[in-house]
Each structure stands twice: as structure tokens, then as C-alpha cells.
Design a protein around this ligand. Structure first.
Ligand SMILES: *Cc1c(COP(=O)(O)O)cnc(C)c1O
Length: 219
């Protein structure tokens, strides 16, 4: 199927209130432009270098989300233009983003990435750490960032009950932090599990291969 058909199918499956982040990693600028021309404005990339190469070649009203693990020494390369960093998994990184955003007199939106999967390979904060960081933010410690929500990735498994349980754990934390001060975004769900994520309370999903096709890492 074409990218256009894929995109329309995904859009048709998402309730109105759910934000779609089109994950374009490994795919060429031409494919991103094609999806942009269909009306999509929010795109996700997972590598700083790839993002900084694509950014100048694409329309400036795209809202870029970084969704991959970010090293503190690379924040400076994206601080000027990144809309949202979904993958904040340490306080050190939060401080660095705050500092770099300040240099550009802007505010960067942040999602705290919480570890909900059982896999060792996945990054993320413990629930308690996320809560402490959110409290520090609410106390005014990071004036150049806005913590707007939480992000999580479920275990890569066929077991839908396990995926559901992991998403529900994150929803629970989201509700808890939301009591302290309202949050906007609960980012859960990818091509294979976004319907479960929405069922569990996600209002933002990150969909790549179901739109752009399979990724080819050999190039
Ligand atoms: C690649 C990626 C996605 C999209 O994955 P698909 O299965 O292609 O939809 C979503 N979230 C993160 C963090 C990713 O790295």
C-alpha cells in the first residue's frame, strides 16, 4: 500500500482527541514531505544526527519530537528548534535541556519517559523518580522547559495482557501526577499496539512503520 493509503487508514482509526506523531526515522525527506502534504505536522525522530540533517530540508512549521535516547552532550544541536523531547530519562538530561533552551530564550516541551517494560534494553525513569522531577518542575526549578506529560514503551511481546498491564501502570502514574497539576499528554502506543494504548488512556501515539512501511537499517 502507498504511504497515502497507510496514513489515511491510521488517521481513520484514531479518535479525534488522539494526537498522531508520525515516526519518520530511517525514511527519506521525500516520504516525510509526502505525509506533510497530507496535512500531518508532527513528526518523530530518534537520532539527533538524522534529525539535524533532515530539519533544514523540510517545512519550518513541522513540530519535531525527539523520541529516542538523548545524550546530554547532544542537546545543544536540537535546542533551537525541537518542539518536544519525549525521551527524558534522567534529571541530568532535564537540567541540560533547561540550560540549552535558556540560551535560545525558549521553552522546550518535555515528556518524562517512564520504564514500564520488563526488558532491560528499554530506557526510562522509575515512577518515583518521575514524580520527584515533576515536583521540582512545579516548584519552578526548570524555567525553560514545560513538562507536559509522560511517555512509555511496552514490552515487545505478543502477550496483549502484559502490554495492557504496562500501559495501565503508566496511566495510573499519569493520573497521580495530574492531581498535582494537570498534564496534557500521555504518549503510549506504536504501530502494533496503539489500539491497546488508546484503550488504556493514551492521547498521543507514535506510529512509524504502519505509515511509512518497514524500516531498512542496512543502508
Ligand atoms: C521507532 C519508534 C516508534 C515507532 O515504531 P513503529 O513500530 O514503527 O510504529 C515509536 N516510539 C519509539 C520510541 C520509537 O523508537
Amino acid at each position: 500500500m502507498s504511504i497515502q493509503e497507510n496514513y489515511n487508514i491510521i488517521k481513520g482509526r484514531l479518535p479525534q482527541y488522539v494526537e498522531l506523531v508520525a515516526v519518520s526515522k530511517t525514511h527519506p525527506v521525500s516520504a516525510i514531505q509526502e505525509v506533510y502534504d497530507l496535512g500531518q505536522k508532527v513528526f518523530g525522530e530518534n537520532k539527533v544526527q538524522e534529525l539535524t540533517e533532515k530539519y533544514p530540508l523540510l517545512p519550518k512549521d513541522i513540530k519535531w519530537h525527539l523520541i529516542g535516547h538523548l545524550q546530554t552532550n547532544k542537546v545543544k544541536y536540537i535546542a533551537e528548534f525541537i518542539d518536544t523531547i519525549q525521551s527524558v530519562d534522567s534529571e541530568k538530561l532535564l537540567r541540560e535541556i533547561n540550560k540549552e533552551a535558556g540560551k535560545h530564550n525558549r521553552k522546550i516541551n518535555i515528556l518524562l519517559q517512564v520504564k514500564i517494560a520488563k526488558e532491560e534494553t528499554k530506557f526510562g525513569l522509575e515512577a518515583g523518580e518521575a514524580k520527584i522531577m515533576y515536583e521540582k518542575f512545579l516548584n519552578g526549578e526548570f524555567p525553560n522547559i514545560a513538562i507536559t506529560g509522560l511517555m512509555g514503551m511496552a514490552t515487545f511481546t505478543e502477550d496483549e495482557n502484559q502490554i495492557k498491564q504496562e500501559f495501565l501502570n503508566l496511566k495510573k502514574l499519569f493520573d497521580e501526577l495530574n492531581q498535582l497539576n494537570p498534564l496534557e499528554t500521555l504518549s503510549m502506543g506504536m504501530s502494533d499496539d496503539f489500539p491497546i494504548a488508546i484503550e488504556c488512556g493514551a492521547n498521543s501515539v507514535r506510529v512509524g512503520s504502519a505509515i511509512f512501511g518497514r524500516r531498512d537499517y542496512s543502508k
